[in-house]
Design a protein around this ligand. Sequence first.
Ligand SMILES: NC(=O)c1ccc[n+]([C@@H]2O[C@H](COP(=O)([O-])OP(=O)(O)OC[C@H]3O[C@@H](n4cnc5c(N)ncnc54)[C@H](OP(=O)(O)O)[C@@H]3O)[C@@H](O)[C@H]2O)c1
Length: 199
Amino acid sequence: MTAGTRYAIVGSGNIGTALAGLFARAGIEVSIANTRGPESIGGLGAGVRAVGLEEALESDVIFMAIPFGAVEQFGKVLPDWAGKTVVDTTNAHYAPNSAEILRGRLSTRYAAEKLPGAELVKAFNQLPANTLASEFDPALGRRVIFIATDSPEAGDRIAELVGDLGMAAVQLGRIDEGGRLIQAPNALVLRNLIERPLF
Ligand SMILES: NC(=O)c1ccc[n+]([C@@H]2O[C@H](COP(=O)([O-])OP(=O)(O)OC[C@H]3O[C@@H](n4cnc5c(N)ncnc54)[C@H](OP(=O)(O)O)[C@@H]3O)[C@@H](O)[C@H]2O)c1
């Protein structure tokens, strides 16, 4: 983990809660916010701090764990997302009207348009929240998390974080290349893969 990196999760539903649990288990501090305010969030574990949305947005790495339909509105909360790495956990495929909204664009490309300046990393969208949240015996291997981004540096940072969270990162390259494979319902979505040592 890069020393001093501030992490935040926006969204305290299924995926936000699963992510918070991963951070808590790994002993990495994270803040978490939603639309209703910090008093509506509680008990997510040591090191998980419920904050207002404004404070969450001060973080360096922001997990966007909100419905796909909320992405456009969320993008407007900052005029300029430069300097932010945003991890896109959304799956447009399951959202109403997504085909009309996307008009052929990949969902993370759409998110990048709505969050101008942000480094978008698609990750943590491929597994059901309860699978992501469930503990896995490290003696059996590490759960695979796929990553796609147009920023190799951001990809490396999130891959390192994935390792610190006790999982195995597999970088798939650009959003319009490997990233396509983790856009629901494509080939690598809903695949609970485990990496084992080579020997
Ligand atoms: N559920 C899964 O198994 C799963 C798996 C993989 C990926 N995903 C994707 O992950 C995303 C989240 O899914 P979920 O099941 O966690 O949804 P969810 O349980 O409905 O939670 C959504 C959260 O987003 C917050 N939110 C909505 N609009 C917001 C905004 N403009 N600003 C800040 N917070 C906002 C909500 O705030 P309030 O609490 O205040 O309403 C809520 O906490 C979706 O895009 C989904 O496709 C889900």
